[in-house]
Design a protein. Structure first.
Length: 312
């Protein structure tokens, strides 16, 4: 009886920590543009993503070797999920987002990423048969309003439709769909493998596709002749691969292992909060009242879902 009581006592804390690991992992994605924008001055989108995945391969290969026994008994649905995660969520989505930053309206690119929960929730219901969180129809619009305020403030950006119907916006929308679907596919695979194995396969399986895309693109590799810019490029690639790449996904999949995909996808809305902090700390942009309100709305939603998640 004591053992059962202990399990009941500690189960909520475990679920709560999983939810907040998803929040932290997603928040690390918010630092990605800091590194990616500098690299776009010297390299193409496919070259950046390829170099990033080569570094991630060096981290991932030893992990996969240790856990290679988990590859036994994979079914076709698991192979399909892994290919979606690696080719779609890791390779193509990152390419689309990088290219969107280079060619699209930055506000539109950020806003369209908030459509990720819609894609994830639809797929979670269809593939995983997950039920929606309690009061979801009320909490979800609040979170979206918060992300809108963080992105645009009190402004109404839809006066110029052509700013949204352009290549950058379409690329960003494609990235949102792929990343939203990856949330569901990752949750599916975590019923079969450890989170470290899923993360490793996500990076490793993406490499062949990225080599083909980069070769087909045929762009020359333009590295600066001065030592300073070269060092900056190397440092940016390393940090980009380590923080928003490897560490974020390890935290994310660890938390996702005991968090429903429909709940995890709302936890990913921690990304805009990080964006506001970076804009203030790095680019000296003043945080407006609208952004503060958006921050409060998002984190109120996250807190309510976290509390709700403890009782499941």
């Amino acid at each position: 009886m004591q053992t059962i009581n202990q399990a009941v006592t500690y189960r909520p804390a475990r679920i709560k920590s999983g939810f907040w690991l998803v929040v932290l992992g997603a928040a690390l994605w918010g630092v990605d543009p800091l590194f990616r924008k500098l690299l776009l001055d010297y390299l193409t989108s496919s070259q950046i993503v390829l170099l990033e995945h080569i570094l991630l391969f060096l981290f991932a290969a030893p992990v996969l070797w240790v856990h290679r026994s988990e590859l036994r008994g994979l079914k076709w649905q698991h192979v399909g999920a892994l290919l979606f995660l690696s080719w779609g969520g890791s390779a193509l989505a990152t390419l689309l987002f990088t290219e969107a930053l280079a060619s699209g309206n930055a506000n539109a690119v950020v806003l369209l990423q908030k459509l990720q929960p819609l894609f994830a929730i639809i797929l979670a219901r269809v593939i995983l048969r997950e039920s929606l969180p309690k009061h979801f129809s009320f909490l979800f619009p609040i979170a979206l309003i918060g992300t809108y305020l963080l992105t645009f403030g009190w402004n109404i950006p839809f006066g110029h439709v052509n700013e949204f119907i352009q290549i950058g916006s379409l690329l960003s929308l494609g990235a949102a769909a792929l990343w939203g679907g990856s949330t569901v596919m990752g949750r599916l695979m975590l019923g079969k493998m450890e989170y470290g194995t899923v993360t490793s396969l996500r990076f490793i399986l993406a490499l062949p596709l990225l080599f083909v895309i980069t070769a087909f693109e045929g762009s020359a590799w333009h590295f600066p002749s001065e030592g300073g810019p070269i060092a900056a490029i190397v440092i940016n690639i390393i940090f980009q691969a380590a923080l928003p790449g490897l560490l974020s996904l390890l935290l994310y999949y660890k938390g996702l292992s005991n968090t429903k995909a429909s709940i995890a996808t709302l936890a990913e809305l921690s990304f805009p909060m990080v964006g506001v902090i970076i804009n203030w700390a790095v680019f000296q942009e003043v945080v407006t009242l609208a952004q503060c309100l958006g921050f409060i709305l998002i984190w109120t939603t996250l807190f309510m879902i976290s509390r709700q998640n403890q009782t499941q």
